[in-house]
Design a protein around this ligand. Structure first.
Ligand code: ZN
Length: 175
């Protein structure tokens, strides 16, 4: 049975510490950790989660966009475990979209990000993947990738006026 991990909240140094590369292929302890991370993300209605959010410094995150109470309009995808990523290309076109963060509860930010990215990373078995992501999934990927570098979405805002409370966010996206 996977364990639910405690999620670090903004202010904890774990969220500001760059992650370290993961040795591959994954040993059992890493697979167990990924199972825990997945369970923790699903329990919290996240669409992604990065290792530093559960006090672990591995360069690893999960992207798992799907519609849920926190993101009713999110597209459905097969969850992807992303290890040692590098964003190799970003589109010039930048779009703003609403983001929240399990480590920053209660608020949302309207965050500008490149609309399309290309990324290279490894999977649990150690194989290399290069893939393009677009729109909401590209946004989640970049949000999680930032966590590996000690960056949170608040750091990416144009203005503090682009922060709203969760209650007001829910009025923007009625169920
Ligand atoms: Zn986050």
């Amino acid at each position: 049975m996977p364990l639910l991990r405690q999620i670090a909240q903004l202010g904890h140094p774990a969220l500001r510490t760059p992650a370290r590369p993961v040795a591959l292929p994954a040993k059992d302890v890493l697979r167990t950790f990924v199972d825990d991370l997945m369970a923790t993300m699903l329990d919290a209605d996240g669409v992604g989660i990065a290792a530093p959010q559960v006090y672990d410094s591995s360069s690893l995150f999960i992207v798992a966009s799907r519609p849920n109470p926190r993101y009713p309009d999110a597209p459905l995808m097969e969850p992807e475990v992303v290890i040692n990523p590098e964003i190799t290309w970003r589109s010039d076109e930048v779009v703003k979209g609403w983001e929240g963060c399990l480590s920053i509860p209660g608020i949302r930010g309207h965050v500008p990000r490149p609309q399309r990215i290309r990324a290279r990373y490894r999977t649990l078995d150690g194989s290399e993947v290069e893939r393009e992501f677009v729109d909401f999934v590209a946004r989640v990927f970049q949000h999680e990738d930032d966590h590996l570098r000690g960056i949170v979405f608040l750091d990416r805002l144009d203005s503090t006026r682009d922060i709203i409370c969760e209650k007001e966010f829910r009025k923007l996206t009625p169920p």
